[in-house]
Structures are given as structure tokens and as C-alpha cells.
Design a binder for this molecule. Sequence first.
Ligand code: F0G
Length: 446
Amino acid sequence: MGAAERVAVGGPTAILGGALAGIEVRCMACGAVSPGDRPLTACPVCGGLLDVVVPIAGPIDPAVFGRGLPGPLARSGVWRFRPLLPAIPDEAIVSRWEGNTPLYRDDRLAAWAGLDAGAVRVKHEGHNPTASFKDRGMTVGVSHAKAVGARIVACASTGNTSASLASYAAAAGMPSLVLVPDAKISGGKLSQTIAYGAKVVQVAGDFDVALALLRQLTAAWDVYLVNSVNPFRLEGQKTIVFETLEQLAWQPPDYLVLPGGNLGNTAAFGKALRELFEAELIDRVPKLVVVQAAGAAPFAAYWDGGWERFAAVQAETVATAIKIGNPASTARARRSVEFTGGLVTSVGDDEIMDAKAEIDRVGIGCEPASAASLAGLRRLVAAGTIRRDATAVCVLTGHVLKDSDAVAAYHLDDHAGLPRPGANRPLRVAADLPSLERALADALHG
Ligand code: F0G
């Protein structure tokens, strides 16, 4: 992760910096503690990754969640968990009723994954305001940016972080800057980002190149970085775990399965589980299962090699959201996997798209990267790594409409000269009843 980098925002421009005085961040590498009243994305001492310190004094009663908060914050699926979040003052909080996402049980998906009826649930983060889990982190990141008086907020993105940032920055009345790869990000995500008014820069390179370039910029410019190297963003993403466990009456599944790209979510999930355990809200910790796309799987290779050596890769996958070869949160994600006794695997693009077709077909729907979770679960059950009587929650990170090109390619294009099994192709008919009846007779009875 290079030398210590600091985003030069705050100081004299900070409007609420004093109110953040109690918040601290700690370096996971050297343990140095720094004040949380300024934008830091790396330890000022050694350059390591930072965690927000959330003091947990003893058991927490889940009945406190959402209590005593002003209306808009009580309605947020993030801010209702305030006892487990940094104490950002109310007046800085930028919230769009994020979170509150459904946890679906679907036994067809359980059967497809090879597990018993009732064993699989999916947590649908596509039901957030900008249709991905990023909104949970963004409400905390942008609120912190506002509290420290940031003038411009920025991120590099494969599309979802940028859409979310653009929306939350607009809500806050702050300009936002976004660097995206110049090829292969979904048109829908780019459209959202443009529509919400971010300044979009298409970089001649992939996500890893764009993030490295933005980090150079933020080291020198007065710009607040909200990529997941920002520890405040991860605080919001913890609430995916909090809300899931709350929906399960604090009875953890055996496995919590999620796609891994830049590994911010994996980092956040491990921290969330540790805090829930310390607060005695859960009495056992589910194993995290991180699933990468085979063409973008440096973390899976790192795990396979017994954490001996991490090597970045040149990423390539149909799941453009996780087309990342040098994940920024690798060290924090390793800590999460180790803490939960979890595992890391990878799945091919065909497995991802077949899993997505299953999730779509049962009426739930998700974008390709999200489906890596169910594809990974199925693979691990088939391999005997996960027992058939286990229970699992798969996190669906983004909405089906995020990548409609991927849907069209799966259902409309030929694959190896043939339609995919289960491809759902629209019929084309002349505008008269006999033509319609003939086509339907063939399609429905043929
Ligand atoms: N799923 C979706 C839909 C995503 O957009 C991302 C990341 C991930 C999974 C992976 O999460 O990075 O925390 O491991 N998208 C980022 C972006 C990189 O820019 O939108 P992660």
C-alpha cells in the first residue's frame, strides 16, 4: 500500500471537527492511534490500513437500536445501529433511508446450491437507494466528509461506488469527482453517476490504475477520498451484517457468503462480527466465505497458498463490479477470514452467469458480481467443503438492472454456437392475432 498518504482536507475548513473529537482510528499494522476528526486513508506512521475504534463497554441490548434517534436517522438501516458506529453528530449526517433491505428465503436457490430446504437466504442489497450495498458505506463516508468540512468528495470505481457517491454528494450539496475505467463498466452505473451530477473522468486503464491515480491526486489535492481505504465507509458497510443478524433474531447462519473485489466488504464484515460477538449479540461467529471471479482472484490465490505470498493480477471477468486485480483491503480482509475461520474461493464466469440466471428466474434478480456468492456456495457444497445440512446467507450486492447488458448477453446471444439452457428469448411476431396465436402455440406447447 505504499507510504503514508494523507488527504489534505479539514483543518481550518473543518466545520464540525470539534464534535468529532472523541473518535479515533487505529492502524491495523502498527497499532498507532490517530484522531478521527480528519480525513485519513492510511496510518500516518507506517502507511497501514486503519480501523475506526468502536468502544464496546459491555453487552448491548438489541432493543436500543433505533431508539432515541431523530426520525430520519431512526428510519435509516445504517444509523439505527448507532451504538456500534462512530459518533458523527446528527447535523452532519447525510442519509437517504439506506439499508432496510430484504432477507429472502428461497428453497429453489437452496436446492440449486445443494442444500436443504430453508438453508439458504439471500440478503438483497440491491434494494438500497442507488441499488447497491455501497449506500450503507456512503452515508457514513459522506457524513464524515461533511463533518470535517471537505470541499470535494472523490472515488475510483467500477460503477457502484461512483453512483452512490454521486447521489450522496448531491444530497449533501457537495461536488463529487469520480475516476472510472474507460472500458467495461456497465452503462447503467455510468448513467446513474452522470445523472446525479458527479464530475466523471474516464481513465485509460482498469480500476486498479484508476484508484492508484486517484490516491496520487488526493495526496496532493484538497479532495476527500471515499474509497474503502477510508475507514469510515467500512463502518456503514458493517450494518449489512447487523441487519442480517437482527432479521435472523441474532441466530447466525453457519456461513455468510459474499463476493470479493476490492475487499472492503470482507473487511467490514469481519469487524462487524467481532463487534457483535463482543457486545454479546451473537454467541458464535458465522464463517465468512469470500468468492472471487476466477479471472480476478488474487485473494483466493493468497488463501490457497496458506497466506504465504500475495500477488496482484491483471483482472478479467464478466462481473465488471469485481474486476479488480490488486484489492486495497487485502490485509483487513485476511484478518476477517482468519477471525471467522472462513474460506476463500473463486468461480468461473459461466458459473457466475448460471447462478445469476437462477437468482433472476426465481424473481429476485441481481447483477453478475452478486451471483458469485451463490455460485461459490454451490461449488463448495459440491466439493464437500460445505456440508449439505449447513445454513448460509448469500449477500446480493447489486440490483438486476445494474447490468442489463449482461442479461441480454446471457439470454439473447448464442454461447458456443447454441442458446444457453434456460435462455428466455422474446418472441417476435407480426401485429395480427393468427401470428400471435401461432407463435404462442409453438412456444407454450411446442
Ligand atoms: N458486488 C458489487 C455489485 C460491487 O459493486 C462490488 C464492488 C463488490 C461486489 C465487491 O465489493 O470491493 O467490497 O470486495 N464495487 C466497487 C465499486 C469496487 O467501485 O463499485 P468489495
